[in-house]
Design a protein around this ligand. Structure first.
Ligand code: FAD
Length: 471
């Protein structure tokens, strides 16, 4: 081994948590390095998560709209075809540009990038095994940020081959449209992939163990989501558990059993997607060597300042507690760097939005009705449907509604749940309201431009304490 290289901060993992932490730490004047073993920066999110899925979602939606939804708009098109090869090329192009962009940002901010796998030797020493071969490098770090992310959870008894039985990674990379696709799990990833492949011609069946889809959604929104997706041709088998998923030649044999009465059913699919969640990833990190604590789910245990039992080693993102979302990991990245440099940082865990990029989109932030009832908090509901919104009408895109939950006494915003066009963008306004403790009256008194979808947002806020104007 050559002589060890010293850094103020070494970040292990170059996903949205790690790369953001590294840039922030460098901007705060710390000598910072980031180790990433994938060969490209951006982590799950940019390489096999948020970004490729949104590329496929956007372009499959465009195709579907052009094919099925132009006549009434006065546009006649003929012979519309999908080119899966080019659909995938467009996805690759976006991914490449964005991951390359992070490398540029590292250069601009002076972050040293080690393309390799990092593993602990002791509490201050990390070995880097370069992915492109060559000698190992030894790093000495005053501070370490672990941001090694997550991986798809396996399904007991089902073997993934990423060809016929796939995780989200394989589902993002299919070379042709499967005639029949089955999906285990009606969460965000399952439903986004279901939308993509159904729009380009696949018959998609979603199997969900619980009685409803959309884990974490407000129950009323989840019900509407299922209704709209069913109308688009997706089939749902809720309250059913998968008892078999086995590849035989070019088909997958699936068996399910209803949770209520144990009735079994068999069917075939050309592709089976296992989308039952993700689990923390720490393989090869050698965290055991320095005695880091894990909980029984494999999550690295930390305190409120992201510190492990060794206070100079912090953990952020999917590999530790909280929702597995890119923006949550990024916020923690900033906060962890600030804790190192300044001793304080902040993430508001009550204000982390969730978005499902189906059509209509579904977005929410804060608490839902189930949670408020459970906590015994008295609240009022304000709702406004997009069918009564002028912009949604002109766009011929009127499915869904905005729903506000406000404190019954003070009108303070407690949660906002949107299903409808552009919900993912609109939810940012709700985040701002929550962060600054706004009341629904504060929002209803803000002038919103006409005609915009955001007027539905304003009217739903109004609906918690007064009559709406347009509905
Ligand atoms: P990761 O992004 O997983 O990054 C960790 C990185 O660490 C990896 O690149 C890994 O190679 C590297 N690494 C691990 N161990 C080592 C080691 N020992 N040495 C060196 N490097 C190592 N979230 C959203 O907010 N919005 C979305 O729309 C969204 N869509 C998604 C769609 C899909 C299909 C999937 C799978 C996920 C999606 N997510 C989405 C979740 C999001 O991708 C994650 O929450 C996010 O990537 C977590 O960031 P992270 O930095 O904690 O970990």
């Amino acid at each position: 081994l050559a002589q060890a290289i010293k850094h103020d901060v070494v970040v292990i993992g170059g996903g949205p948590g790690g790369y953001v932490a590294a840039i922030k730490a460098a901007q705060l004047g710390l000598d910072t390095a980031c180790i990433e073993k994938r060969g490209a920066l951006g982590g799950t999110c940019l390489n096999v998560g948020c970004i490729p899925s949104k590329s496929l979602l956007n372009n499959s939606h465009l195709y579907h709209t052009i094919k099925h939804d132009t006549k009434e708009r006065g546009i006649n098109v003929a012979d519309v075809q999908i080119d899966i090869g080019q659909l995938q090329n467009a996805k690759e192009k976006s991914v490449k540009q964005l991951t390359g962009g992070i490398e540029m940002l590292f250069k601009k901010n002076g972050v040293k990038y080690y393309k390799g796998s990092g593993s602990f030797v002791d509490e201050h020493t990390i070995n880097v095994d370069p992915v492109e071969g060559g000698d190992k490098v030894e790093l000495k770090a005053d501070n370490v940020i672990i941001a090694t992310g997550s991986e798809p959870s396996p399904f007991p008894g089902i073997t993934v081959d990423e060809e016929r039985i796939v995780t989200s990674t394989g589902a993002l990379d299919l070379k042709e449209v499967p005639k029949r696709m089955a999906i285990i799990g009606g969460g965000i990833i399952g439903l986004e992939m279901a939308s993509v492949w159904s729009r380009v011609g696949s018959e998609v069946t979603i199997i969900e163990y619980r009685d409803s889809i959309g884990a974490g959604m407000d129950a009323e929104v989840a019900k509407s989501t299922q209704k709209f997706l069913t109308k688009q041709g997706l089939k749902f088998k809720c309250g059913a558990k998968v008892t078999k998923g086995e590849r035989v030649g070019e088909v997958v044999n699936i068996e399910i059993e209803t949770t209520k009465d144990g009735k079994t059913e068999q069917f075939e699919a050309d592709v089976l997607l296992v989308a039952v969640g993700r689990r923390p990833y720490t393989e090869g990190l050698n965290a055991e060597a320095i005695g880091l604590d894990f909980d029984n789910r494999g999550t690295l245990v930390i305190d409120s300042e992201y510190r492990t039992k060794h206070p100079h080693i912090r953990v952020i993102g999917d590999v530790t507690f909280g929702p597995m979302l890119a923006h949550k990991a990024e916020e923690e990245g900033i906060a962890a760097a600030e804790f190192i440099k300044k001793g304080h940082g902040h993430v508001n865990y009550g204000n982390i939005p969730s978005v499902m990029y189906t059509h209509p989109e579904v977005a929410w932030v804060g608490q839902n009705e189930q949670q408020l009832k459970e906590a015994g908090i008295k609240y009022k509901v304000g709702k406004f449907p997009f069918i009564a919104n002028s912009r949604a009408k002109t766009n011929l895109d009127t499915e869904g509604f905005v729903k506000f939950l406000a404190d019954a006494e003070t009108q303070r915003v407690l949660g906002v749940h949107i299903i409808g066009p552009n919900a993912g963008e609109m939810i940012a306004e709700a985040g701002l309201a929550l962060e600054y403790g706004a009341s629904t009256e504060d929002i209803a008194r803000v002038c919103h431009a006409h005609p915009t979808l955001s007027e539905a947002f304003k009217e739903a806020a109004l609906g918690t304490f007064d009559k709406t104007i347009n509905f």
